[in-house]
Design a protein around this ligand. Structure first.
Ligand SMILES: Cc1cc2nc3c(=O)[nH]c(=O)nc-3n(C[C@H](O)[C@H](O)[C@H](O)COP(=O)(O)O)c2cc1C
Length: 172
């Protein structure tokens, strides 16, 4: 059943570490207790289901494109994500998603470790994502990619250095 988003925000504290793991398709293969608590689902409702079950409609598509482009290239990604809980509430996180390999170098899984987002990052990211979403509604992902590129350039970065820009925002 589709979840209707509300304006209720769930706090993520500075000691919270929210972990989940995913297979090649992005389906959830493991998550820690706080992941389930914030998402508001039971293990049975989330395990083996796509991570997009907690996708918030305010999230721009371009951010997930950047995430998957990095992961498919075997690279870590740092990204800010607004997630949707089962009761319609939301929570913001600063996610570090990496590709874990087996000892023989083959793909093992994707691991996302999420923390609270810094206030400075929130102040910059929330209006940016709104702009990206509006651009996607009007002109698709090509339009939002252009705006994201311009935002990154204004901070001295580019799409190629997206991670560095996000790390800097989190630490500013
Ligand atoms: C390990 C891992 C963790 C992820 N965590 C989230 C998450 O917390 N929230 C989210 O919306 N997408 C997350 N994603 C991205 C989803 O797989 C998906 O790309 C995104 O929700 C957009 O879904 P859609 O392309 O079906 O719209 C994660 C992906 C991986 C591999």
């Amino acid at each position: 059943m589709a979840v209707t988003p509300t304006d209720v925000e769930q706090p993520v504290t500075s000691v919270d570490i929210i972990v989940s793991k995913g297979n090649e398709a992005g389906d959830i293969t493991y998550a820690n207790p706080i992941f389930f608590k914030l998402a508001g689902y039971t293990q049975g409702e989330l395990l083996d289901k796509p991570h997009s079950l907690i996708r918030h409609p305010d999230m721009p598509k371009i951010v997930f494109k950047v995430l998957w482009d990095h992961l498919k290239a075997g690279e870590d990604t740092h990204a800010f994500v607004k997630n949707l809980s089962k009761d319609g509430s939301f929570y913001w996180v600063y996610a570090h998603v990496r590709v874990a390999l087996n000892p023989d170098g083959s793909f093992r899984n994707y691991v996302s470790t999420r923390k609270s987002m810094s206030p400075a990052a929130r102040a910059a990211i929330e209006p940016l994502y709104k702009q990206l979403r509006d651009a996607e509604d009007a002109g698709g992902m090509e339009a939002s990619e252009k705006i994201l590129g311009e935002f990154l350039a204004s901070q001295g970065f580019s799409l190629a250095t997206f991670n560095d820009a996000m790390i800097k925002l989190q630490n500013s």
